[in-house]
Design a protein around this ligand. Sequence first.
Ligand SMILES: *Cc1c(COP(=O)(O)O)cnc(C)c1O
Length: 380
Amino acid sequence: MAMSTASTSRAWIELNGAALRRNAHRITAAINPGTRLLPMVKANAYGLGVEGAVAALSPTDPWGYGVATVPEGVELRGLGVDQPILVFTPIDPTEVAIALAHRLTLCISSLAELEELANQTVNGGHASFHVEIDTGMGRAGFDCLDAAAWAKDVRRIAASVGLDWQGCFTHFHSADHLDGAESILSQWKAFEDAVEMLSLESDSMLIHVANSAAVLRCPTVAADMVRPGIFLYGGSAGTGLADPEPVASLKARVTLVRDVPEGATVGYGALHVATTPQRWATLPIGYGDGLPVALGNRGSALLRGSRVPMVGRISMDMTVVDISGVPAVETGDVATLIGSDGPEEICLGEVAELADTIDYEILTRLGSRLPRVWRTDVDA
Ligand SMILES: *Cc1c(COP(=O)(O)O)cnc(C)c1O
């Protein structure tokens, strides 16, 4: 199989675990010392690679981890994660048994789901669940206004097989907005009112509500645990919030350099025509690796500390840059498509903006073809 150098022979993602950890520490520094971290590592840790992300996060002593799907939870168990793993989307009944077998904690949005969990919990099994309360996100959760009604049934079904109702949470819809504080506080109020209606006998119930943006914008809603995602991975949490340290750089090695005459065309549709003789470099990375097609003729790469423009349409596997301004570029040089090179930087936000999307989407679309290379030569 691949030799040790092969991971950086074509295109790859370089990851800085120490930066990820520092971002986590900035989250915990913003909240009460007793508040626990529940990092969201869904979608392969936002595309960066869950194994490396968990390795980087484990010194921060997280209470547990958040995933979206049962297979993601199973993968974490396979990596040796022993903490609680919460599955944050409603799941199909056919997945309950495997979730239980791997001690995954389901987030419950309906009595039907809870009944399914109860039916499939083998006697003596100690399954826990968390209840999602919908305060306006509208995609999952019990209705916050109706809490007194469903709480009775939740308690009854849980008691029937000894399920442990371990936590309650909600999710904010506009914490990333510049004026998000108002909506955070109004959802928080609706959530608190609902929790009040549950008439919980003990205070052992874990309460968690805050994503990255909510932690940074309203640290007072940190409750028992916080659920940061994007900020950990170097993506912007929202308008007007402090930027995290970048974690991921996208790199590709120049594999071809050519001098082309005036009139030469490049890419599907021949959307770029050389108006003078030019020097072009081919980068072995394309939309098949998650590079947005929208960067064609608009995006840049960094080579030898300089910015060079992408020319023509992005192909599935290749992208061409005009290196006429940096003629010393040779095959084997490393181009940076996200990240810094000398004085120049292409930040994640720049790429997201050009592609008319959000940092989250750029990261999670980074392809499985790209090796994730966790740097160990950076300060811890
Ligand atoms: C993804 C997710 C988060 C993390 O959100 P970020 O904006 O990435 O910090 C938190 N809670 C839930 C329920 C999520 O689905």
